[in-house]
Design a protein around this ligand. Structure first.
Ligand SMILES: NC(=O)c1ccc[n+]([C@@H]2O[C@H](COP(=O)([O-])OP(=O)(O)OC[C@H]3O[C@@H](n4cnc5c(N)ncnc54)[C@H](O)[C@@H]3O)[C@@H](O)[C@H]2O)c1
Length: 312
């Protein structure tokens, strides 16, 4: 199997799950941007079923050569941080749009089965209710727009060429190995260090948080048991406001709430995401870890892995 983006957060947990299957041979293709690290894959370096290739998913020749050698492809590589996409979207267009096109083309000419890791952010924001897979895409950030472009290219390749491509649209993941620029690691590391926790706006924006191992299991459930050509929401997370989240992290890290500090809001900040996940439930997936247990494990992991380096 080929996995793109396997040196990143979700990708490395996908690699763990795949290599726990005795018959899987896994190649990871990753550019090792600021967000990827071989430390995330260190436990597999001596496994002869595992191979790491450093390269760009937007490099069509590299991708085609690797896809030809494999039977199935999971495409998780992406530029993934909304704030960086607001500052400069060029790498997002290159990796998320051109990169997904290169993966699709390679799978089309090689007739390989593909899974594309998309996001709930393609639906845009909602104040009430939950998005189903049939809701229209209304992405608001440059990041979300590039993920929606990849998602729509996948749909087009299925409809036009009959490519067996399955899409998952996941809610916000968190857990060990997440890059420290993301919200939960930022709050956790600040709380552990006794520094201010920067909460956007008034903290009322809401997110649905899903533990990364549950997320990764949802990806593989859709790939193994879902129908090609279909999209599956990976919901089932715990909905909470950013302010409540910061308070919960302070409590678990033994830090006072007074460290919570409100900072100017992100431009175009989506208020709330929420997913219905009946389709994934119908093929036998449900989350296994409670939010409280997952957050406790996450705080403990960051406490054990300090100092955490924040990339420029
Ligand atoms: N983190 C979340 O909450 C979340 C939620 C829904 C969907 N997703 C999607 O899941 C996937 C993984 O997200 P993540 O949070 O693990 O991201 P991440 O930033 O931790 O990891 C991304 C990985 O992709 C690699 N990469 C980036 N550009 C590349 C390129 N051009 N060629 C090869 N490798 C490249 C990076 O080096 C890194 O290892 C992404 O597609 C993201 O859009 C993430």
């Amino acid at each position: 199997m080929l996995l793109t983006g396997g040196a990143g957060f979700i990708g490395s947990h996908l690699a763990d799950l795949l290599l726990a299957r005795p018959h899987v041979r896994l190649t990871v293709l990753d550019k090792l941007t600021y967000a990827g690290s071989l430390k995330n894959l260190a436990k597999h370096e001596n496994d002869e079923r595992f191979r790491f290739v450093q390269g760009d998913v937007a490099d069509a020749d590299v991708v085609l050569a690797l896809v030809r050698e494999t039977d199935r492809v999971v495409h998780a590589a992406a530029e993934s941080f909304v704030d960086r996409s607001i500052a400069d979207a060029s790498d997002f267009v290159g990796s998320n749009v051109v990169g997904t096109y290169a993966v699709l083309e390679a799978c089309r000419v090689s007739e390989r089965q593909l899974l594309y890791v998309s996001t709930d952010e393609v639906y845009g924001s909602t104040t009430a209710g939950s998005f189903t897979e049939d809701d229209p895409m209304r992405p608001n950030s440059p990041y979300a727009a590039t993920k929606a472009a990849g998602d729509l290219l996948c749909r087009a390749y299925h409809v036009t060429y009959g490519l067996p491509v399955t899409i998952v649209r996941g809610s916000n993941a968190f857990g060990p190995r997440q890059h420290p620029e993301k919200a939960i690691p930022t709050f956790v590391v600040a709380a552990l260090d006794g520094r201010p926790l920067p909460v956007y706006g008034d903290g009322s924006n809401r997110r649905e948080w899903l533990f990364v191992r549950d997320f990764a299991n949802g990806v593989l459930a859709a790939f193994d048991r879902g129908s090609p050509g279909e999209a599956y929401n990976i919901g089932g997370g715990h909905e909470i406001s950013n302010l409540e989240l910061a308070r919960a992290i302070c409590r678990l890290a033994g830090a006072p709430d007074s460290l919570i500090s409100f900072v100017p809001d992100r431009p175009g900040h989506d208020f709330r995401y929420s997913l219905e996940w009946d389709k994934l439930s119908a093929i036998g997936w449900k989350p296994a870890v409670t939010f409280e247990d997952a957050l406790t494990e996450t705080v403990a992991w960051f406490a054990d892995h300090r100092p955490v380096e924040v990339s420029p």
